[in-house]
Design a protein around this ligand. Structure first.
Ligand code: NAD
Ligand code: UDP
Length: 387
């Protein structure tokens, strides 16, 4: 007989039903995969798309047959949502517009998606005494305090001026005309609402702040499985450039810094939250890898090297090109300068640590990108254009 799954305190974990909203996206697809392969839990997968989880839904002979059901619905306007939340033990909300190219060009959709559309989810969980794990973002921190210091100030090297801590760091956004911050601001307000529901009405919640989770199935490759003019997040932008043998575009010099974490490491943290409610509830967790910090320029250089290795193709002569943010994203773009997560709270509550180095995660991700897209790109490039 298989040994029972136990939580971090040695208690047996009983199978639960999870309503996962946004299950068809990048993070949702990996979380569904993990839950099906390694746990006895059932998932009610809610999304408007299911392409990224199709391999989990069909055929009927899959070992987890019956433990995952797809519900195609738009949470903006579907009365079935409350019923799905009511018949679940836990709701995980991943649904959002979360691509920077949309924040300044579609600020209304961004605010509606990240705040207004999340309101009924919070309300149904609170009214029905259901637990909620809500996905926020590291972007709620905005810019670091250090970014306002003079360029040559020695204080810029002091972690007190740049490490982002859930319970003490302020949230610093640009002016209202910089519509980039519409996303961060909407996410911050929904965090505050969830926190207040916890404080005033006893909602059992956990808030997750992802710090640049990357890996296979992230976003889309323009012109192949997404719009030709679409601008995805940096991993997919650079992958697209590498696949097409075009220079990688560095926005405003590629000086911004990010810490990247492998999706599979991050999903381990989410599973711990799901299965350890007593340790996770009432907390906001940074989930990132502080050891994987690079500038965007360094990311471009590393991706170029890794892609050469996995594809066997030599890099092009000028692998990067500079573009202004106005040219690339349009009016109203602004940027987060640096994002290093403090790991104290997640370490203390869940004993979790990320494992995968940036080189290793890029190697497995770009191997996937090459295997999945190289042939389709070749055919798209070879296709004669219509007159
Ligand atoms: P994603 O775009 O791949 O997934 C979001 C999913 O939500 C999509 O499949 C989309 O179809 C679905 N969705 C959106 N609106 C919906 C609606 N009205 N009804 C039904 N489904 C809807 O994004 P992701 O990277 O998987 O991100 C998931 C969550 O994590 C988001 O809330 C995002 O803000 C947050 N996040 C992710 C990262 C990251 O590094 N990937 C970083 C910060 C925050
Ligand atoms: N970026 C870039 N070239 C691209 C796409 C993005 O230089 O082709 C930069 C972008 O300006 C930002 C960083 O890469 O500084 C990360 O962008 P991403 O879209 O992944 O999201 P963010 O981390 O800003 O939320």
């Amino acid at each position: 007989m298989a040994t029972a799954r136990v939580d971090l305190d040695g208690n047996t974990i009983t199978p639960m039903t999870i309503c996962m909203i946004g299950a068809g996206g990048f993070i949702g697809s990996h979380l569904c995969e993990k839950l099906m392969a390694e746990t006895p839990h059932t998932v009610l997968a809610v999304d408007v798309y299911n392409d990224k989880i199709k391999h989990l839904l069909e055929p009927d002979s899959l070992p987890w047959n019956g433990r995952i059901q797809f519900h195609r619905l738009n949470i903006k306007n579907d009365s079935r949502l409350e019923g799905l939340i009511k018949c679940s033990d836990l709701t995980i909300n991943l649904a959002a517009i979360c691509t920077p190219a949309d924040y300044n060009t579609r600020p209304l959709d961004t605010i509606y998606s990240n705040f207004i559309d999340a309101l009924p989810v919070v309300k149904y969980c609170s009214e029905n005494n259901k637990r909620l794990i809500h996905f926020s973002t590291c972007e709620v921190y905005g810019k670091t305090i250090g970014s306002f210091l003079p360029k040559d100030s020695p204080l810029r090297q002091d972690p007190a001026y740049y490490i982002l801590k859930e319970d003490t760091s302020p949230c610093i956004f640009g002016s209202v005309e910089k519509q980039r911050w519409s996303y961060a601001c909407a996410k911050q307000l929904i965090e505050r609402l969830i926190y207040a529901e916890g404080a005033e009405n006893g909602l059992e919640f956990t808030i997750v702040r992802p710090f640049n989770w990357i890996g296979p199935r992230m976003d889309f490759i323009p012109g192949i499985d997404g719009p030709s003019e679409g601008v995805p997040r940096v991993l997919a932008c650079f992958s697209n450039n590498l696949l097409r043998r075009e220079p990688l575009k560095l926005v405003d010099g590629g000086e911004s810094q990010r810490t990247f974490i492998y999706i599979k490491d991050a999903i381990e943290a989410v599973l711990l939250m799901i299965e350890n409610p007593a340790r996770a509830s009432g907390h906001i967790f940074n989930v990132g890898n502080p050891n994987n910090e690079v500038t965007v320029r360094q990311l471009a250089e590393m991706m170029t090297k890794v892609y050469s290795k996995v594809s066997g193709e030599e890099a092009i002569e000028s692998p990067t090109i500079d573009v202004s943010s106005k040219e690339f994203y349009g009016e109203g773009y602004d940027d987060s300068d640096k994002r290093i997560p403090d790991m104290t709270i997640i370490n203390k509550q869940l004993g979790w640590n990320p494992k995968t180095s940036l080189w290793d995660l890029l190697e497995s991700t770009l191997t996937y990108q090459h295997r999945t897209y190289a042939e389709a790109i070749k055919q798209a490039i070879a296709k004669p254009t219509a007159n």
